[in-house]
Design a protein around this ligand. Sequence first.
Ligand SMILES: [Zn+2]
Length: 399
Amino acid sequence: MFPITEKKIISEILKHEGCADFITDLFHVNLLNNSVKPFTNFNSQLKSFIGISGKSPTEKVSIIDKGLLRKTIVKALKKRAFDSNLPYLHLAYYPKGYHTIVTFRVDCDVSDKESFFHLLKISEKYSFPLTWFLHLAFQESYIHEIDDIRKNGHEVQLHCYDHETYPSYIENKRNILKGKNIMEKEGFKVSGFVSPFGKWNHSLNRVLEEIKVNYSSEFAIGYDDFPFYPLYKNRRSKILQLPIHPICIGSLRKSGFTNHEMMNYFEKIITSKYERQEPIMLYGHPKNEIDNYPDVINFIFTTLKGLPDVWIATYTEYAKWWKKRLSAKYSVSIKGDFLTIKTDNTNPDLQLHIEKQDSLETYVPLLTAKLSMAHLKWTYRKEFTELSIDGIGSMLSDE
Ligand SMILES: [Zn+2]
C-alpha cells in the first residue's frame, strides 16, 4: 500500500520512461497546468474514435486517455531539460535495431475450429506470430489440436471460460480458474490474460494477482500507450498492463465501414503509429468477424510485415522485454561535452535514447562509458503534434 500523491504518479510514469536521474530531478508537479490524479481513475465509458469518411468507430474504453497524460508529462519534462541546456535522456522503448513493436492479439470469442484454423492459416502465410486468448467454453472441444501451433511461434493464453467479466471476485475467480484448469490439463502454462469485453475492475485484478499472470490487457484501464502498472485506490497492481488500439474489424463493421474503408482506417492507424514510433498493438476475433473479411486481414498482415525494422512479438516477449527494461539501473552525468554512463548492464539490446533541443537524436548502448557528445552520430527527429490531424488515438466526443 502507498498513498498515491501526484508526485508518486509522476515518479511511476517516469520509471516506465526510464529517465536518467538528472532528468527526473528536474520535475516539479507545478510544471503541469493540470492534475495528474486522473491517472488513478479506473472507470470506462463509450468513446468515439476518429475514423474516416465521416464514420467513427466506438468502444467502451478508459475514461482517461492515460497515454495522452503520460505524453504531456514527458513533453513538459523535455522542455524543462532543454530550457536548462540539457539533453533529454531515457531508456529506449524497444530493443536495439527496432523502430517500434508490432503485435496482433486474437480474442477467440465463440470461435469454432473452422474459423480458428482459417485465421491460423492466413497468419502462417505471412509467418506472423499471433497471441491467442482462448474462450474455453468454445475451444475446449478442440484444444488438443491447438497445442501444436505454439511450435510456429504463436503464443496461447487465457481469455475466459464463459465470456463475461464480473463485478465480483468469486465469479471472476470461478470463471478464470475453470478456463485455466482446462488449459493446464492440456499442457499449456497460463501466464497471460485478457478479459472479456476489455473490462477491468479490482476483483478481476485480485484474481490475476493470485494466479500470478505476467501481464493482462484491458482497454477499460488503458489504450494506445506503453505498458504500465495500473494505479488505483492507493495501490499499484502487480500485473503489467499491455494497452492495445481498441478498434478491431468488428468495431468498424458496427459503424458501417465498407471493406475498403476498413483497409484505409488500418493503414492510417498503422502509419501514424509507425511514424511516431508508438507500439502497434492490434486485435481481432476469428469468428463472425475476421472470417468474413479475408481481404481486410490480409491487408493488415501485408501492411505490418512491410514495415521496416519492426519487432513482431508475442505478448510474453513484450512483457518480458518491458520488465527487463524496468529493472535496468544506470546513472549518467554530463560535464561539458562529455557524457559518463555507469551501469552493471551487459545486455546489448538496451540503449539510451538522447534528444537535443534542435530535434536531433541519437542512441547509445547502455554500457559503462565516457562519450563525447559532439562525436556521436545525431539524426534529425521529425516532430509530431500530440493530436494529429486525423486525431489517431484521441477521442472525438463522449457518449
Ligand atoms: Zn472476447
